[in-house]
Design a protein around this ligand. Structure first.
Ligand code: AVJ
Ligand code: FE
Length: 391
């Protein structure tokens, strides 16, 4: 991961580039400074060797950028003929970028083992027992993607898809469900694993999700932000890679949903797809666990107001959900406003995640939002739910 303070100045530099320089405002820094904070020039593991700003200087730079942006926007005509301003796109892009990095900072904090970090947490609703079941999603035509003003290039254009009927789990797979797979030898049996996933868990000695610890027979704990607590059984499983999600699904006699199936379940197949599973009302704390303040997923079934009309729960928030799909271009895709946001990641090397996690900001989460990562990635706040073909 990056040093935390690299992300702070990178976020500010992105804001300077897109809300000042790209909108005809002043330059506060130069190309050499940009280069230090260019994510493409420097892989994460090399960033601590860069001449980065100190924490004080990084926050001072961020404040300077924000002041200059306020000043510049004050004088920018709302109808300035700049494509980036269409529908406020560039404001959405910069706001989402900052929040995506806030989530990355949370993932970095979770990886730290050297000190205890126990942030004050917003309390989460505690549901009663929740029956686990599947929801039948009829096949047929639906619309995938979005042309909402803040939608990224990779969500565009909306386009028709035709799906076969399928069953989707009403809730994400819980840690309790996943524990049955672990304790019944799921990690010792290559039958369940993609060959690359089997090779990966052998090479790395992986026998359970990241941050779990086995303290004794049937006694499990998890480390969360530097402290250890009993493993909660009723939360969605978190910190599994795509290969682990894929293996569990095969063991359960199911499969991961495609991203088209996931989005169909989220929109209900409406002809003008809503932004969220519950409709178009902005996400509130009674719809979903988003925004990072809970510092953990909620138990499944905690958000009856957030379920889809067809009865699929917890699609947004709590954990990102791995899908079966590779990250790729929708028909008619056009890179906007730069190829390095999405296009350079298209291909079989990255799997799509949907729905957002407890650490994701509401502004960066919607039915059409596509996240992606390597199939071996485990430190992100990712889980999954299963699907299966309907006869
Ligand atoms: C969309 C989360 C995969 O963090 O790598 C941040 C977002 N792009 N800065 C990432 C992003 C440029 C991206 N993800
Ligand atoms: Fe970035």
């Amino acid at each position: 991961m990056s040093p935390l303070v690299w992300d702070v100045a990178h976020v500010a530099n992105y804001e300077e580039q897109w809300l000042l320089r790209a909108l005809g405002g002043p330059a506060l820094t130069d190309a050499a400074f940009d280069a230090v904070y260019d994510a493409f020039r420097h892989p994460r593991r090399t960033r601590s060797a860069l001449p980065i700003l100190s924490p004080e200087a990084a926050f001072a730079y961020a404040a300077r950028v924000r002041d200059a942006v306020r000043e510049h926007l004050e004088h920018l005509p709302e109808d300035a003929p700049l494509p980036l301003l269409q529908g406020g796109f560039v404001f959405g892009m910069v706001a989402q970028h900052e929040q995506q990095h806030a989530e990355t900072l949370a993932a970095t904090l979770q990886l730290m083992t050297t000190w205890e970090y126990r942030p004050a947490a917003r309390p989460l609703p505690r549901p009663g027992a929740v029956p686990l079941h599947e929801v039948f999603i009829p096949g047929g035509p639906s619309l995938q993607g979005s042309h909402a003003p803040w939608a990224y290039d990779n969500e565009r254009p909306p386009h028709p898809v035709h799906l076969a009927p399928f069953f989707l789990d009403a809730h994400p797979t819980t840690q309790g469900d996943y524990l049955v797979f672990v304790e019944s030898g799921g990690y010792e049996d290559p039958r369940w694993w993609h060959p690359e996933g089997w090779a990966f868990i052998q090479a790395e000695g992986i026998r359970h999700p990241l941050f779990w610890a086995r303290l004794g027979p049937h006694l499990w704990a998890r480390r969360r932000f530097g402290f250890v607590e009993p493993l909660p059984r009723d939360e969605p499983v978190q910190h599994v890679c795509w290969y682990e999600a894929d293996a569990y699904a095969r063991w359960a006699g199911k499969r991961l949903p495609t991203e088209a199936e996931w989005e169909r379940a989220a929109t209900g197949g409406a002809s003008s797809p809503p932004a969220f599973p519950w409709g178009n009302a902005p996400a509130s704390p009674s719809h979903a666990n988003l925004g990072g303040e809970a510092w953990a997923p909620a138990p499944v079934g905690a958000f009856p107001e957030g379920k889809s009309a067809e009865g699929v729960w917890g699609l947004l928030g709590d954990v990102w959900e791995w899908t079966a799909s590779d990250f790729g271009a929708y028909p008619g895709f056009q890179a906007h406003p730069y190829r390095e946001y999405s296009e350079v990641f298209f291909g079989p090397g990255h799997k799509v995640l949907r729905g957002g996690a407890w650490a994701s900001a509401p502004v960066a989460v919607r039915n059409s939002f596509r996240n992606w990562d390597l199939p071996i990635r485990r430190q992100i706040f990712a889980g999954f739910r299963c699907a299966r073909d309907a006869p």
